[in-house]
Design a protein around this ligand. Structure first.
Ligand SMILES: [Mg+2]
Length: 364
């Protein structure tokens, strides 16, 4: 069995409304779709979500990375030898994680299709459904609070609240959201690196009064001593997100005692193999994981969902991005109803692509 063709195309996703976090505002995601076809005619799908403000990746570099560097490597290879292909991709193309994520995702989709198994079953199988939270982006406290009721009516049991612009204002934001939630859902806080160390301690100690579940990435990423300092002074569990891209980062966070939880994202980790490695390291050290996403369509979100459904150590999911989008380019895949995510019992990812939504680049 061998790979006969690799195609890549532009997938531009418009947001229903601007999404603001401490790192910046996004109005559109410029993603990339990849299709890998075997000599037996099977096709695997992958998505890259380059997010310049988080990973430094961007659409054109991702697309050209796939077509110029990864495609020549892939043609003629056995698509089932994913570890081997993954090592080779790292040799021919430095960085550019989103491009490699998309290719590796398509290979796993093919693997599931070849052996007629949903991916989460292939990876061990834990449960075919789970709850995802929904994110409220940074705004004035009362505007953020107004978003709560409609989300609870839809059935969300956990809300992720973006802060990190100013500690004192952020306490007002959480107070307003907490009043609106009134104990009916979990409240997760994400500062996206926005606070200083002392500002974080003061803000989190105030926010603890509002019964919050966890605080994500309080200070500038990579400051493990700073995170450990904060963690020693607050009761709320601290989750590492931007600080953990790779399995090695996870190991360092654990060694430094810098976090209680890890947020895994495929686009940071550089793929499903690396993401599963992070979960294995975290689980061995006794840290539970969440799986999150960038601004992604239901294609890569379905891949992330298979990861969640495969591991009992992944106890939280933040796979809300498809709900931010004006259109849905995917047929099948994960079904998201008021936060309840259910996976299809189809081989591989279990998705089809609406090809009208993707602008494929001519390879010839
Ligand atoms: Mg985060």
């Amino acid at each position: 069995m061998e790979i006969r063709e690799v195609r890549a195309g532009y997938l531009n996703l418009e947001l229903k409304e601007p999404f603001t976090i401490a790192l910046g505002t996004v109005t559109e995601a410029k993603n990339v779709v990849v299709e890998i076809e075997t000599d037996s005619g099977l096709v695997g799908f992958g998505e890259a979500a380059p997010m310049p403000i988080v990973t430094g990746d961007f659409q054109e570099a991702t697309l050209q990375g796939i077509l110029q560097f990864l495609r020549p490597l892939l043609l003629g290879k056995d698509p089932r030898q994913i570890s081997m292909i993954s090592s080779l991709m790292d040799k021919v193309l430095k960085g550019n994680p989103a491009a490699k994520v998309a290719v590796e995702m398509a290979l796993f989709d093919l693997l599931g299709k070849i052996y007629r198994m949903p991916l989460y079953i292939l990876w061990g199988g834990n449960a075919n459904s789970f709850e995802s939270d929904y994110t409220i982006s940074i705004d004035e406290p009362d505007i953020m609070a107004e978003k709560v009721e409609p989300l609870l009516e839809k059935g969300y049991t956990a809300l992720k609240v973006k802060v990190g612009q100013d500690g004192k204002e952020d306490v007002k934001r959480i107070a307003a959201v907490s009043r609106a939630v009134n104990g009916r859902a979990l409240i997760r806080i994400d500062a996206n690196q926005g606070w200083g160390i002392k500002e974080a301690v003061a803000a989190i100690q105030e926010m603890e009064k509002f019964d919050v579940e966890l605080v994500e990435e309080p200070i500038l990423k990579g400051n493990l001593d700073g995170m450990a300092f904060i963690r020693d002074r607050v009761k709320v569990p601290i989750m590492a997100d931007e600080t953990v891209f790779s399995p090695k980062d996870a190991l360092e966070v654990i060694k430094a005692g810098a976090a209680d939880l890890i947020n895994i994202k495929l686009m940071k980790a550089g793929g499903l193999l690396a993401a599963r490695k992070i979960d294995a390291i975290a689980s061995t050290a006794g840290l539970e994981c969440m799986v999150g996403c960038m601004i992604e369509s239901r294609l890569s979100v379905t891949a992330a969902a298979h990861l969640v459904a495969s591991s009992p150590n992944i106890t939280r999911a933040d796979l809300d991005a498809p709900g931010f989008l004006r259109s849905d380019p995917i047929i099948g895949g994960i079904e998201i109803k008021g936060g309840l995510c259910t996976l299809p019992e189809k081989p591989g990812l279990g998705i089809e692509l609406n090809r009208q939504e993707v602008k494929f680049v001519d390879n010839t």
